[in-house]
Structures are given as structure tokens and as C-alpha cells.
Design a protein around this ligand. Structure first.
Ligand code: NAD
Length: 366
């Protein structure tokens, strides 16, 4: 029996291509892992009648660790996000997305090394929504009007934004503990407490209380989200660990991915108390499905995080080093690493993974 069994969800769109690349790279490190492959998403719906079979949830519960390719969520209608459902089903409350500049990426910035810690279970992502013109929406509007004295247009749809003391306390604590464990210096809490006093205001109040417990160990500051966006674009080097409610965390994750060369290099993890699911920040890019074109590195960096989580530090370091070397050399990289998209040296997803595996083998023999 292998030392670790990990649930493997290939995903859809470019998911199968990038997750296969990551799986091959993980195995090349020599780490003793076996993968239990299960499927979710639109294609699974056609075959099984559900987008998220119970067997997927059970496999993750059993193995405690999963790696997943992106899964498409239709905009506006259709099924709810499988990605959100998986995080909710396993209470994976912390989304951790390290953003680091690697030499060789196309970016205007150098020396960025920050980490987004996004709350993953609350906020406008809680999935509590009321559709326009539905009888329950009409009732809710009347109730809110009578309680608040505010007017809401009758042709409104409503999404609820719950932010709790419990949810905030655990994510901010997670951010501080992460900072300590990873030799970080500062935590920045991001909010819009000046406008949403009872949701973001609560987030800020609780964040300050938690920060007080870490006084003298880790520096703390808070920023209003719009100002934070500007400061991240102007001087990202000023930030270290950034903790945010769910929606701002989602948006700023992509902003920070943009700072370090794009979604193709932004890996991530969803972590709960005893279960973790590793996935790239990017989505399924359906227009590139089957084209062997996009960058596998975001999935590979997610795999690096998974290996660290499994305490396979040597394998994690080997995989990160080999990947960053291939990026630095720029000889076998996907199109997003090149300024000109018709550069003849550009390779596909699979070929970039092959180059990383070759580099892993070289480093293992050194
Ligand atoms: P996307 O991340 O798929 O694509 C946004 C842009 O980034 C596109 O230009 C795409 O070409 C580029 N990109 C994505 N992955 C890349 C890679 N590996 N290398 C280089 N460039 C890359 O975002 P989207 O278009 O907003 O979403 C597409 C679908 O993915 C939607 O259905 C969305 O719901 C879903 N999605 C899933 C997840 C997840 O599974 N966790 C996350 C985000 C979005």
C-alpha cells in the first residue's frame, strides 16, 4: 500500500490536461502516493444525474487530501458551483494562494512574495439567494422593508452576505498561524467596513481582536478593499499575508495572479481542520479544452503545496525547484511565458510537464 492515497479529480475544460501534467510531475519526484480518481462536473451530470456524486465527497472524506482540476460553472443559470459545494461539504474554510514572482515569467513586477488567505465558506458565496419576482423574494423584500425602513425595488434579486464571528475568528487565526509557521512578518486584513458596518465591520472588529493575541509576534494592519487594490498594483512588495472575506479574496486572488505573471502560475489550497483540497486559482478555460496549449504550472504549484501539506518536504522542494528552473530557462514553456505568441520555441501543456519531469530526474541524480 502507498504511503499516501490522494483523491484525484481531473475536472473539465483544460482540467484533465493540467491535472494529468501535475500528477505525472508528482510521481516523478519519487514520492510514495497513489491516486484515487473520481469525477465531478457537467460531464458527470450526464452520466450519473448529479454534478457532485456522493462517492466524490466520500473519497475526499476517507483520504483527507485531494487534488482537483478546474470545473466549469455555467454563468447565471444551471447547476451551482461544484467547487463551492466541495469546499462547503468538507468545511475547507481557508483558501491559501501564495503569489510569488519566478524569474522568466512575463510580468512588470519583481520580488513579489505574498500570500492570500481567503475565507471560503461565508459572505456572498454562502449561496443564499432569492430570485427576482419569486413569491419568497417578494416576502423577503417586504420583511426587510418593515424591519429596516429601507426601500427595495420590487424587481430586485437578492443575495445574502453572512459574515460571522466564528468564521472570521478561525480564518484570521489561520492567517496568523500560517504567518508564524512560514516565517512571515505581517498580516493585512481587507474589508469595506466603512460601508458594510455589520458584516465587514464585524470582520474587522474580530480581526483586530485576534491580532491582539499575536501582538509582538506578527505585525497587523487593515485596509479598505478599494485602496488595497490600488496599493497592490502600485507597491505589492509592501504586503505579506493578506486575509480577506470570500468575495474580496476571490477578486484579489486574480489581481495578485496578474501581478506574478497570470493565472497560469497561481497555485492554491483549500484547507479545513483535517481535510485539504489543492487546486489552481484559474478556471477551466473551456475554449482551450483539448488543445494542449495552456500552462500546467498553476496545477503543479498546487501540487507543491499538497506535498508540503503531506510533509513530503523534499519532494515539494524538488518539484518547485524543477518547475522554476524550466520557467527560468524559458526553453520548454507555454505561450503565456513568451511576449510573442508565435514564438517558435513555445511548447504545449504536456511538453512543458515533460521538461519539468526531465529536470526533476536531473536534480534527483545530482
Ligand atoms: P479561467 O480561469 O478559466 O480563464 C480566465 C483567463 O485565464 C482566460 O483568458 C484563460 O485563457 C486564462 N487561463 C486560465 N487558465 C490558464 C492557464 N493554466 N494557463 C494560462 N492561461 C490560463 O476563468 P473563466 O473564463 O472566468 O472561467 C471559466 C470556467 O471556469 C467558468 O465556468 C468558471 O466558473 C470556472 N472556474 C472554476 C474554478 C475552479 O474549478 N476552482 C475557478 C475559477 C473559475
Amino acid at each position: 500500500m502507498a504511503k499516501h492515497t490522494v483523491t484525484f479529480i481531473p475536472g473539465d475544460g483544460i482540467g484533465p490536461e493540467v491535472s494529468d501534467a501535475a500528477k505525472r510531475c508528482i510521481l516523478a519526484t519519487g514520492v510514495d502516493i497513489s491516486f484515487e480518481e473520481v469525477h465531478a462536473g457537467a460531464e458527470t451530470l450526464e452520466k450519473t444525474g448529479t454534478v457532485l456524486p456522493q462517492s466524490v465527497i466520500d473519497s475526499i472524506k476517507k483520504n483527507k487530501v485531494a487534488i482537483k482540476g478546474p470545473i466549469t460553472t455555467p454563468v447565471g443559470s444551471g447547476f451551482r458551483s461544484v467547487n463551492v459545494a466541495l469546499r462547503t461539504a468538507h468545511d475547507l474554510y481557508a483558501c491559501v494562494r501564495p503569489c510569488k514572482t519566478y524569474e522568466g515569467v512575463q510580468t512588470k513586477y519583481d520580488n513579489i512574495d505574498l500570500v492570500i488567505v481567503r475565507e471560503n465558506t461565508e459572505d456572498l458565496y454562502a449561496g443564499i439567494e432569492f430570485e427576482v419576482f419569486k413569491p419568497e423574494t417578494k416576502d423577503l423584500i417586504q420583511k426587510i422593508e418593515s424591519l429596516s425602513g429601507s426601500k427595495i425595488r420590487t424587481d430586485s434579486g437578492i443575495s445574502i452576505k453572512p459574515i460571522s464571528i466564528t468564521g472570521t475568528k478561525r480564518i484570521v487565526k489561520f492567517a496568523f498561524d500560517y504567518a508564524i509557521a512560514n516565517g512571515r512578518k505581517k498580516v493585512t486584513a481587507v474589508h469595506k467596513a466603512n460601508i458594510m458596518k455589520f458584516s465587514d465591520g464585524l470582520f474587522l472588529k474580530v480581526a483586530r481582536e485576534v491580532a491582539a493575541e499575536y501582538q509582538g509576534k506578527i505585525e497587523f494592519e487593515d485596509k479598505i478593499v478599494d485602496n488595497m487594490c490600488m496599493q497592490l498594483v502600485q507597491s505589492p512588495q509592501n504586503f505579506d499575508v493578506i486575509v480577506l472575506p470570500n468575495l474580496y479574496g476571490d477578486i484579489l486572488s486574480d489581481l495578485c495572479a496578474g501581478l506574478i505573471g497570470g493565472l497560469g502560475v497561481a497555485g492554491g489550497a483549500n484547507i479545513g481542520d483535517d481535510i485539504a483540497l489543492f487546486e489552481a486559482t484559474h478556471g477551466s478555460a473551456p475554449e482551450f479544452k483539448g488543445k494542449n496549449k495552456l500552462n500546467p504550472c498553476a496545477m503543479i504549484f498546487s501540487a507543491v503545496l499538497m506535498l508540503s501539506y503531506l510533509k513530503e518536504d523534499k519532494a515539494a522542494q524538488l518539484l518547485e525547484k524543477a518547475t522554476s528552473e524550466v520557467i527560468r530557462l524559458g526553453e520548454a514553456v507555454t505561450c503565456d511565458f513568451k511576449a510573442d505568441s508565435d514564438n517558435p520555441s513555445i511548447v504545449g501543456t504536456k511538453e512543458m510537464a515533460d521538461a519539468i519531469i526531465e529536470k526533476i530526474n536531473q536534480l534527483r541524480n545530482d
